[in-house]
Design a protein around this ligand. Structure first.
Ligand code: ADP
Ligand code: MG
Length: 724
C-alpha cells in the first residue's frame, strides 16, 4: 500500500506550469478595470454625487443619506454591467484576516425580479457577526455589529461580487476592527504633523502616510500541502527534519524564478492590476521556495486594503496552479521565515515627503524635525511597537538569527549619525558662532543618501533615505495593527515637538533656534534607541539591556504593555482607542494566542500518534523480523551480525516511548492551562509549558524521521516541500 506521502508525490509530479489569467494588450489598458474609481464614479453619477464622494475621499466629509442612494445606484449599474451578482461589506476584524458576507442583488416584488441595492445597503450593514472576537466589547445577546463603507477606499469587483471596504463597529460605537483605529491614527498624525509643518510652510493643510508593503511568502505544491495536516490546520510544519540542502548555498535569493512559479506570479499580477494594485517587483527570497512581491507605495489605507486583497487574490489564483501560498511567518524550521516589510513615510497635501532631506538648510531643518520626532516616538514606545508585531506565528521568527531581533532599535546610516553627533556636540545654541555652525551642519546633509551600500538588514526599523522600513512586521499580519501604533506614537511626539517650539518662541527664541533646540533635545533624549551595528549579535543583546531597551522575549508577557499607563494614555490622548477598546485588544490578542497554540498542540499530538508512531512501529516490526531471521541462520552468534539493527531498534523504541509519554504530558499541560480562568494568565502558561512540551515531542519525531525507512515515512519531507 502506498503511503499518503507517496500518493501525494505522484500527484504533485503531474502538476504542470501554465497561464490561466491572461489579458489582451498592455497592462495600462486593463489596469484598475475592476475598481469603481473616481473616473468611473464621474461617469456613473451626477456631478453632485460625485463631488460628495470626492469630499469624503479627500477630506473625510460625511456622506449624506440622500447622496448615498445615488452613489449606490451608480455603483449597481456599473457592477451589473461587469457581471456582478452579489455585494459584500469587506471588513477587517481582530483576526488578521478579512471577513465577508455576500448578499445577492436579486430581489422579487409582485412576481417581478429585479436587482436591488440602495444607499442604506451601501453605507451600513448589520452582518450579525456575533462570533468575531471582540474582547468583551459586545455580548452575544447584544450581538449587533455594524459595518459601514469607508469611502477612502474604493469598491471593486472580485469573483463576481461587488466588494465594499468597510469599518466594523459595535452597536455602541466601539471599534471592532483594525481599520477604525487606523483611520483615527491617520487623522491624529495629520493634525499633529500639519502643525509642525506649518512652522515652515503655512500652505500645508494635511499630511498623509505613504506605505509600501513588501510581501514575502512560500509556495508549496497543493498535493503535498494536503498531505501535511500541520500545514493545513496550523499554517506551519510542527515536525519535520531539515533538508540536507536548504539555503546554505545562498543560491535561491534573487535566483532565476522557476517557470511554474513565474507563471503563477504573472497570473496573480494580472488579477492585481485589474484591482488597481500596482505591483512592481518580484523575486526569489532567501529560503528555498520563498518569494516576495512589492507594490509601489501609496496612501496608507489603500495600501493596507490592497495588501489584504492581494493575499486573498494570491490564494485564489494559486488554486488554478495547484499551489498553496503560505503566509505564515515561520512555516519551516531551519530556514528563513517571512515578513512584511513596512515602508513608511509622511507626505504633505502639497506633495512634499517629510522624511526626505532637502536642498536648503530650511528644508533640512524640517526634515530633522520630523526625523527626530519619529526617533523619539519609537524610543518612548519601543516595547509597544515591538509588541504590535508579536503574534504566536511571528514569535517563531523574531529574535531568530535571520529575522529582526526581539528588541527595537533605529538604524540611521553613517551620514545621518554624523549629523546627529555634530548637533549634539554643538555648544550653547545662543552663541552666534554656534548658530553659524549649526546652519553649516544642517546644510551639510547630502540630498541623496547612499542607498544599498549603507543599509543594515539586521535592524528592525531602518531609515532608507526617504522613509523608514519597519522590518519586524509579520508576513501574515494585517499591518494596520502595527501601523496605527506607529502613527499614534509619532502623532503624540509631533504634538510635543510643536508645543516645545512654541514655548521656546514665547520665551524669546527665534523660530529656527527654537526648532533646532527641540531637534537637539529630542535626539539627545532618544539616543538609546539608535544603533548602527549588527542587531543579531550577542554584544547588542547585552548592550541593549544596559541601555534599558525592553525586548519581546515572550509574547503574552509583552501583551501586558497594553496595561501600561503610557500606552493607554497615548491611545486615549490621541483619540485613537479608548481605554476599553485597548483592553478589548489585549483580551483578543491573548485569546488568539491561546487558540492558535492549542491548535498546534493538538495537531502535533495527532500527527505523532496517528502518523509517526504507526510508521515507526511498522519499521520496527521489519527490523524485528530481520533479527529473528538472522538468529535462525546464525544461532548463538546472531548478535555479531545484527548489532546495527538492534541499535536502531533500541533508538526507535526509545523515541516511540518518549513521544507517547510527552504527548500525554502535553495533553495534561493543556488541560491544566485550560482551567485557568484569566485569559492572559492562561496564555502565559501556554507559552511556557505547552510550547516546551511541543519542542520535546518534535525532537523525537524528527529523529525518527531520520531512522525510519524513507518508503514508509507518511508525510512529505522538507526536501520535497521546499523544492519544485
Ligand atoms: P527593498 O527590498 O530594497 O527594500 P523593494 O523595492 O522590494 O525594496 O520595496 C521597497 C518598497 O518601499 C516599495 O513598496 C516602494 O514603493 C516603497 N517606497 C519607496 N519610497 C517610499 C516612500 N517614500 N514611502 C513609503 N514607501 C516607499
Ligand atoms: Mg525592503
Amino acid at each position: 500500500m502506498a503511503t499518503f506521502r507517496q500518493r501525494a508525490l505522484n500527484e504533485a509530479a503531474t502538476h504542470q506550469t501554465g497561464r490561466f489569467f491572461v489579458e489582451e494588450g498592455p497592462v495600462s489598458s486593463y489596469f484598475g478595470k475592476n475598481v469603481f474609481d473616481l473616473d468611473k464614479m464621474r461617469a456613473y453619477m451626477s456631478q453632485q454625487a460625485y463631488e460628495a464622494v470626492l469630499a469624503s475621499v479627500k477630506y473625510g466629509a460625511k456622506l449624506d443619506r440622500s447622496v448615498s442612494n445615488e452613489i449606490a445606484s451608480g455603483m449597481k449599474a456599473w457592477a451589473l454591467e461587469m457581471g456582478a451578482t452579489h455585494y459584500t461589506h469587506l471588513f477587517q476584524p481582530l483576526t488578521d484576516a478579512t471577513a465577508e458576507k455576500h448578499e445577492a442583488f436579486i430581489s422579487v416584488k409582485e412576481g417581478r425580479a429585479f436587482e436591488k441595492f440602495n444607499g442604506s445597503a451601501l453605507v451600513q450593514q448589520e452582518p450579525d457577526a456575533s462570533s468575531f472576537p471582540n474582547g468583551g466589547l459586545r455580548n452575544t445577546f447584544e450581538a449587533r455589529g455594524y459595518s459601514a463603507w469607508d469611502p477612502s477606499s474604493p469598491v471593486f469587483i472580485l469573483d463576481g461580487t461587488l466588494c465594499i471596504p468597510s469599518v466594523f463597529v459595535s452597536y455602541t460605537g466601539e471599534a471592532l476592527d483594525t481599520k477604525v483605529p487606523n483611520l483615527k491614527s491617520l487623522q491624529a498624525l495629520s493634525n499633529a504633523a500639519t502643525s509642525v509643518v506649518n512652522l515652515f510652510d503655512e500652505n500645508v493643510s494635511a499630511v498623509h502616510v505613504n506605505l509600501g508593503l513588501e510581501q514575502e511568502y512560500f509556495l508549496v505544491d497543493e498535493a503535498l500541502y494536503n498531505a501535511r495536516p500541520d500545514l493545513m490546520l496550523a499554517g506551519r510544519t510542527v515536525i519535520g527534519h531539515t533538508s540536507a540542502k536548504d539555503q546554505q548555498l545562498e543560491d535561491h535569493y534573487f535566483g532565476a524564478i522557476p517557470s511554474r512559479v513565474s507563471s503563477f506570479m504573472k497570473d496573480f499580477e494580472t488579477e492585481a492590476y485589474k484591482l488597481g494594485i500596482l505591483l512592481q517587483t518580484r523575486h526569489n527570497e532567501v529560503a528555498p521556495n520563498q518569494f516576495e512581491c512589492a507594490p509601489v507605495f501609496c496612501e496608507a489605507t489603500k495600501a493596507i486594503d490592497q495588501n489584504m486583497m492581494l493575499m486573498i487574490l494570491m490564494q485564489k489564483v494559486a488554486e488554478k496552479h495547484h499551489l498553496k501560498v503560505i503566509f505564515h511567518e515561520k512555516p519551516f524550521d531551519g530556514v528563513n521565515g517571512s515578513g512584511k516589510h513596512c515602508n513608511w513615510s509622511m507626505m504633505t497635501n502639497t506633495g512634499v515627503n517629510l522624511l526626505s532631506p532637502g536642498k536648503t538648510p530650511t528644508k533640512n531643518l524640517q526634515f530633522l524635525s520630523f526625523y527626530s520626532a519619529v526617533v523619539k516616538a519609537v524610543y518612548k514606545h519601543h516595547y509597544l511597537l515591538m509588541t504590535s508585531v508579536a503574534t504566536l506565528s511571528n514569535s517563531y521568527r523574531l529574535g531568530g538569527h535571520e529575522a529582526p531581533p526581539a528588541v527595537m532599535s533605529i538604524f540611521s546610516g553613517s551620514t545621518l549619525s554624523g549629523v546627529f553627533d555634530a548637533i549634539l556636540s554643538m555648544k550653547d545654541l545662543d552663541d552666534a558662532s554656534a548658530s553659524q555652525e549649526s546652519i553649516k551642519i544642517v546644510n551639510s546633509i547630502p540630498e541623496i543618501f547612499p542607498d544599498n551600500t549603507d543599509r543594515n538588514r539586521t535592524s528592525p526599523f531602518a531609515f532608507t533615505g526617504n522613509r523608514f522600513e519597519f522590518r519586524a512586521v509579520g508576513s501574515s499580519q494585517n499591518v494596520a495593527s502595527a501601523v496605527y501604533v506607529l502613527n499614534t506614537a509619532v502623532a503624540e511626539s509631533l504634538r510635543e515637538f510643536r508645543s516645545e517650539v512654541d514655548a521656546l518662541e514665547k520665551a524669546g527664541e527665534s523660530r529656527s533656534a527654537a526648532i533646532l533646540a527641540t531637534v537637539r533635545k529630542f535626539i539627545s533624549e532618544s539616543r538609546n534607541i539608535m544603533f548602527e551595528g549588527n542587531g543579531y549579535s550577542k554584544e547588542w543583546e547585552a548592550e541593549s539591556e544596559k541601555r534599558g531597551l525592553r525586548a519581546v522575549r515572550n509574547v503574552p508577557e509583552a501583551y501586558e504593555v497594553y496595561h501600561e499607563k503610557e500606552t493607554v494614555d497615548m491611545f486615549d490622548g490621541m483619540g485613537v482607542l479608548a481605554p476599553n477598546e485597548v483592553e478589548a485588544r489585549f483580551e483578543v490578542l491573548n485569546e488568539t494566542y491561546v487558540k492558535k497554540l492549542q491548535i498546534e498542540a493538538r495537531v502535533i499530538g495527532d500527527i505523532c500518534l496517528n502518523h509517526v508512531i504507526p510508521a515507526a512501529v511498522r519499521y520496527q516490526n521489519i527490523l524485528i523480523e530481520n533479527v529473528r531471521g538472522i538468529k535462525e541462520i546464525f544461532g548463538e552468534d546472531f548478535m555479531d551480525h545484527c548489532q546495527s539493527e538492534i541499535n536502531t531498534l533500541k533508538k526507535i523504541s526509545k523515541y516511540i516511548n518518549d513521544i507517547s509519554k510527552d504527548v500525554e504530558t502535553l495533553v495534561e499541560e493543556r488541560k491544566k492551562a485550560n482551567r485557568i480562568e484569566d485569559i492572559a494568565e492562561r496564555a502565559k502558561v501556554y507559552s511556557h509549558s505547552v510550547k516546551d512540551m511541543m519542542d520535546k515531542v518534535r525532537y523525537s519525531a524528527d529523529h525518527l524521521e531520520m531512522i525510519v525507512d524513507d518508503e514508509m515515512w507518511p508525510m512529505p519531507k522538507y526536501r520535497e516541500l521546499l523544492f519544485f
